[in-house]
Design a protein around this ligand. Structure first.
Ligand code: NAI
Length: 295
């Protein structure tokens, strides 16, 4: 059964994904606590949601009172302690096993025994994330796609210890939130990130081999392949730090199978801090007011 809307939700990490997930839960009627360790980030996340929804109101696609309702249900909280009363906590912090494990340990201390702990990890084993938990049966993957308010798919990922009842609650809750959930096991990259690996990897290899440039390849994939975006536009949207971490995670989980070899071009972007849209520069530039990304 889906979680009742009287039950509050907490989202940890107010970056691209956390903010989007907070919006989805608040639009479904839940009170949402939004926490980020960076000062001001949760407030910034909520402001971003308000700006985005205001555009919908301006276009006549949403009522002002609905926007006000959604925003009033999202409460940025400065301290992790303030999420204690949530019935479902979804973590969307940095893609790093050790840091996520530490957060889960803190959440286990803080939250009630029956609070469901969910991870939005793209690629880290849910089994490994739960391995040091006191109650790993309450940990489940709830993997949204970017941008979370628009993308319907949610992978509900079961680690070895995940309770079936917990997974079913999360599946039903995602459905109640208007999503199309699918069950997956905790195999490296789950389903979509596995299928997508060759798309990124071969595009990056073509670039490295100088077969063509990023803009030409993106346009080709969009116009001839009928994809929404080419690999370079998409990885700029995802964030190169995130995409590179996911590739490394899948590569290492598969005993360094060369099929999943990370790209030196992407490594360079990460090292330069050119993380894509979120830093204003990746394969393309996203200057103030730029209508179209500049190659
Ligand atoms: P992001 O870099 O936009 O945001 C991460 C946020 O987490 C930052 O604001 C950071 O300050 C905060 N943070 C880091 N450590 C923290 C901690 N210990 N406590 C509280 N806050 C902390 O990253 P993004 O893209 O939102 O990704 C977050 C998670 O979602 C990752 O696990 C990623 O793999 C996953 N994901 C990302 C997708 C994407 O397209 N970017 C798609 C689906 C999943």
């Amino acid at each position: 059964m889906a979680l009742d809307t009287q039950i509050s939700i907490a989202v940890i990490g107010a970056g691209a994904m956390g903010s989007g997930i907070a919006q989805v839960a608040a639009q479904a009627g839940h009170r949402v606590f939004l926490h980020d360790q960076r000062e001001g980030a949760a407030q910034k996340g909520r402001d971003g949601i308000a700006r985005q929804l205001q555009r919908r109101v301006d276009k006549g696609k949403m009522e002002q009172q609905d926007l006000d309702g959604v925003i009033s249900r999202i409460q940025p909280v400065a301290s992790l302690d303030e999420v204690a009363e949530a019935g479902l906590v979804i973590e969307a912090i940095i893609e790093d096993l050790g840091i996520k494990r530490q957060l889960l340990a803190n959440l286990e201390e803080l939250c009630a025994g029956d609070t469901i702990l969910a991870t939005n990890t793209s690629s880290i084993s849910v089994t490994a994330l739960g391995a040091e938990m006191k109650k790993p049966e309450r940990l489940v993957g709830m993997h949204f796609f970017n941008p979370a308010p628009l993308m319907a798919l949610v992978e509900v990922v079961l680690g070895l210890a995940t309770s079936k009842a917990v997974a079913e609650t999360v599946h039903a809750t995602a459905t109640a939130w208007g999503k199309k959930p699918v069950y997956a096991t905790s195999t490296p990259g789950f389903i979509v990130n596995r299928v997508a690996r060759p798309f990124y990897a071969e595009s990056l290899r073509l670039l490295q081999e100088k077969a063509t440039d990023a803009e030409t390849l993106d346009a080709l994939i969009r116009e001839s392949g009928q994809f929404r975006m080419g690999a370079f536009e998409l990885t700029d949207l995802i964030g190169h730090d995130v995409n590179y971490a996911v590739t490394n995670s899948v590569f290492n989980s598969y005993y360094q199978d060369p099929r999943f070899l990370p790209s030196l071009i992407q490594k360079e972007l990460v090292e330069a801090g050119r993380l894509g849209r979120k830093t204003g520069q990746g394969f393309y530039s996203y200057g103030e007011g730029a209508e179209k990304p500049q190659p």
